[in-house]
Structure formats: structure tokens, C-alpha cells
Design a binder for this molecule. Structure first.
Ligand code: BG6
Length: 487
């Protein structure tokens, strides 16, 4: 019997406005938190990049906004804003069934709190969705991906302020209505759990004393939960056929040893991670949250009716990013390796990427099983991929066998998970076209099947070219996985 993925499986690629579009001040777009992400210094490379996780304060923010000399690569991204037609044509050539992108909130509402939207911003995404629909590619749209209008940071203090819920819901309703017949799949907040690390970037929070405060972060998360639930309600009212998902940075951890203390540490890490999807999928705060809040002196301000909102409007499906796994050990202190949003001691059974992320395809199968056992709703892998240094040969070709190997091994494990009984809707490879790294703002940390001729300083032609992995993915999609699974 020929092995294949289920019919209608959504193969595709994923991007985010703040890392891909560029054109940060075009056509009325307002400034966003991502515009202030400075390029990391060379010695900070191969780590998460301090800019990503360092708590922002007013002084640094004002400096970045007025800085004319520093490098802020997310401001130019990969210039998707002007090259979307060419990019989408390449996705069509690969046979994409879906393309994940995000809308930049501050293109639609430049300050965030206006009543009337910016027509030029809405018109841009109309053109993008029309182009996708022309090729039969289903857009998968994130409402908030690591950017937030600066005006809402300065005037309202970010997501810790309850008023932001109304602004977000107004933004969500505006785009749901406008793109009612063009977009079927929506995600509310990218990696909603990362607010615990990047309070500023995604939560719009400022911390004058340089520390991230759990109280503010969990209060901001509560407001995002309510905003997400109300957006889900609105989406279904506007078009009952649309599906709304949550999006988690899945951090699969294994106990470092069979010492029960390490196993318990793994349980704790899982609680920390799955707290967010527990609320959004099950519609209520999990039982273990009570103790965590008490021990960390967190007192959430929960308005009347909030808990009902969470319960009545859970998400339709769960999406997540998966890049690597980590180890859980009660007694920490072993040498750490960098990872997507986490530091972990090296797992001796795994190899790491150029940036120290531990490559673990079986971990994806484990995660898919765990999540499906827990939630029993459709899942989607909306980010997975390999950031690597690519070499362009003299004839312009790029032989990225390492990326092909990574892709192949993860696709094999997804197939196994489906055979295990997991309801998996689709798979979107992260950064299908090279884009600026979220954590280090580098261009040289490349994920794409499509190469972009630009360097870390934004110099280059920005021309696109196909890597070896482009042809591999094309064949993979054309055979619905059969070429990978039956060799
Ligand atoms: C995810 C983010 O955490 O990881 C993306 O949702 C990000 O925005 C991706 O780009 C890869 O991380 P990085 O730091 O290598 O770009």
C-alpha cells in the first residue's frame, strides 16, 4: 500500500508581517514594537539574541524610535510588501495548499485605538489574498505575530490595560468583515505563551527596572485570552464557516534522568507551557494554575463575565510551532545550549543546528500525540524548520541538503502521528522564503526554500532564487508525501 498523507492535507509555508513585509512606514502604517528590534551584535549570534528577551523601558524605546544610525532589520524584512506577487507565484509553483502570513495591526489601525481603519492597509491585504486565491492557495492568517502598535504601548501600557481588549476586537472584526469571503483560517495570537519572555514585543509591556514581572505578564495574558475568545465569537458570527485557532510555542521537554524529581520537573515545565492552550482550548484556567499564582503572588484582575466568555468561545483548532526539544532537570546548572526561546542542556541523543537548536523529529510525533490526547481537537503544525547558513555557489545554486533532511525526518514523524490517530490538518514550514530572524534579527539565519539576496545589514538585490529544498518540497507536495514515505 502506498503511504500518503490524508487527502486535503494543508501543505504550505509560514511567515509573519514583522519579519517579512518590510515597508515599515509605507502607506500610513504606524510604528510597531518590532520596528525597534535592533540587529544583534556578532558576539550575541547563535543565541536567542538579547534584544528579543530584554525587558524594554521608555528610554530605550524612545531612543530606538529616533535612532537613524542603528540597524533595525525588521523594518525592511524581505520586502514582501512590494514582491508579494513574485513570492506567491513561487508558492504556487511549489504547489502550496495554504500560506500562513500575519496582518500588521498598525497597517490597519496605525495607532491601534482609532475608530476608522487605514484603507491603504486593508487594500494591501486584499491584493495579497486575491493573489493567493488566484492560485487556489488558502490563506492562514495570524492577527498578532510579535508586533503591537507603539501608541498602545505609550498611551495604555500594552496588554496589561483592559482597554486594549476592545481595540483588538475592533481590529479583528474589521478584518473579519473585510476578508469574509477570502480567508477561512485565522489564528489569534502567535505563540501566546511567549509573552512570558517577550513582554514588550508581543505584550507591549515596558519594565523600567529591567525585570519581567509575572503579575503584569499574566494579567496581559488574561486580557489576550479574553480578546481571543471575543474575536473567535465575532469571527463565527460574521462567517460561521471560518475556523479560528490558538497558537502555542510548543516546548517539548524530556526528564533528563529517571530520577522522579526530574520527571516532576518535566511535569512542571509542561504546565508552564500548556497553561496557555489549556485556557484557550478547554475554556477555563487549569487546576494547577491556582498554586502557581499563589506561590508567585499573582492576583489576576478577572472582570465579571470573563470566565463565561472563556468557556463559551474556545478555539476550533490548535496550532503550534515545533523546532526542537529540551531536557528537564530539577538541579539545573549543566551547560546550556541555545534553543528556540529556551535554554537546555544538550541531549546526547540529538544533533543541534548551527544555532544550537536540538533537532528532534521523534519529538514532533511525541508532541502531536500528547496534544491530541489532551485536547481531542484538530491540530496544525504552523511552524517547523531549520535556520541555517546557506552557501550560494558560483552558478547561483544552493545545495541545502541539511534542510531537506530536516524536512524529510519531520514529515515522516508527522505521518506516524497521523497513523497513531492524531487529527492533523496541515503543516506550514517556517520562513518558506528567507526572512529576518525573530530572535536575533539576522538575515543569515535562513529557513527558506526560496533564497533572498540580502545580508544582515539589508544590503543586496533582494532577488529571489530557488534552493534545492524548493524542488524537494514541490515533489513532496505533488505526491502528498508519497515520495518521502515510500522510499
Ligand atoms: C517562532 C516565531 O518562535 O520561531 C517566529 O513564531 C520565528 O516568528 C521562529 O521567526 C524562528 O525563530 P528565529 O528566532 O530563528 O527567527
Amino acid at each position: 500500500m502506498t503511504k500518503q498523507f490524508p487527502e486535503g492535507f494543508l501543505w504550505g509555508g509560514a511567515t509573519a508581517a514583522n519579519q517579512f513585509e518590510g515597508a515599515w512606514d509605507a502607506d500610513g502604517r504606524g510604528p510597531a514594537t518590532s520596528d525597534t528590534s535592533r540587529a544583534v551584535a556578532p558576539e550575541e549570534r547563535k543565541t536567542m539574541g538579547s534584544e528579543f528577551t530584554t525587558p524594554m523601558n521608555q528610554k530605550r524605546l524612545d531612543f530606538a524610535l529616533n535612532d537613524k544610525e542603528g540597524l533595525y532589520p525588521k523594518r525592511w524584512g524581505s520586502d514582501f510588501y512590494h514582491r508579494y506577487k513574485e513570492d506567491i507565484a513561487l508558492y504556487a509553483e511549489m504547489g502550496f495548499k495554504t500560506f500562513r502570513l500575519s496582518i500588521a495591526w498598525s497597517r490597519i489601525f496605525p495607532k491601534g485605538d482609532e475608530k476608522e481603519p487605514n484603507e491603504a492597509g486593508l487594500a494591501f491585504y486584499d491584493k495579497v489574498f486575491d493573489e493567493l486565491n488566484k492560485y487556489g492557495i488558502e490563506p492562514l492568517v495570524t492577527l498578532s505575530h510579535y508586533e503591537f502598535p507603539i501608541h498602545l504601548v505609550k498611551e495604555y501600557g500594552g496588554w496589561k490595560n483592559r482597554k486594549v481588549i476592545d481595540f483588538f476586537v475592533h481590529y479583528a472584526e474589521t478584518v473579519f468583515k473585510r476578508y469574509k469571503d477570502k480567508v477561512k483560517y485565522w489564528l489569534t495570537f502567535n505563540e501566546i505563551n511567549i509573552i512570558g519572555m517577550t513582554g514588550y514585543l508581543s505584550g507591549g509591556l515596558l519594565f523600567e527596572d529591567g525585570k519581567l514581572h509575572l503579575q503584569d505578564m499574566y494579567q496581559a495574558a488574561h486580557h489576550q485570552f479574553i480578546a481571543s475568545a471575543l474575536a473567535t465569537k465575532a469571527a463565527h458570527e460574521i462567517n460561521p464557516d471560518v475556523k479560528v485557532g490558538c497558537m502555542l510555542a510548543r516546548m517539548q521537554a524530556y526528564p533528563a534522568t529517571c530520577n522522579p524529581d526530574d520527571v516532576m520537573e518535566e511535569v512542571r515545565k509542561d504546565h508552564e507551557n500548556l497553561f496557555f492552550s489549556d485556557v484557550q482550548v478547554r475554556g477555563k484556567y487549569p487546576s494547577y494554575a491556582k498554586r502557581f499564582f499563589k506561590e508567585n503572588h499573582i492576583q489576576l484582575d478577572i472582570a465579571e463575565g470573563d470566565l463565561e466568555i472563556l468557556e463559551k468561545f474556545p478555539v476550533d483548532f490548535m496550532s503550534f510551532s515545533y523546532y526542537m526539544s529540551s531536557l528537564a532537570r530539577k538541579e539545573v546548572g549543566k551547560a546550556a545550549t541555545a534553543g528556540n526561546l529556551m535554554l537546555s542542556e544538550p541531549n546526547p541523543y540529538l544533533k543541534a543546528s548551527d544555532w544550537g537548536w536540538q533537532i528532534d523529529p521523534v519529538g514532533l510525533r511525541i508532541t502531536l500525540n500528547n496534544l491530541y490526547d489532551r485536547y481531542q481537537i484538530p491540530l496544525m503544525v504552523v511552524e517547523n524548520g531549520l535556520g541555517a547558513l546557506d552557501k550560494v555557489e558560483e552558478d547561483g545554486s544552493i545545495h541545502d541538503q541539511y534542510r531537506i533532511d530536516y524536512l524529510k525526518s519531520h514529515v515522516e514523524q508527522m505521518y506516524e502521528a497521523i497513523e497513531d490517530g492524531v487529527d492533523l490538518m496541515g503543516y506550514t514550514w517556517w520562513g518558506c522564503t528567507d526572512l529576518v530572524s525573530a530572535s536575533t534579527s539576522e538575515m543569515s539565519k535562513r529557513y527558506g526554500f526560496v533564497y533572498v539576496d540580502a545580508d544582515d545589514k539589508g544590503q543586496g538585490t533582494f532577488n529571489r532564487s530557488r534552493k534545492d529544498s524548493f524542488y524537494y518540497y514541490k515533489e513532496l507536495i505533488a505526491s502528498n508525501g508519497a515520495n518521502v514515505l515510500n522510499k
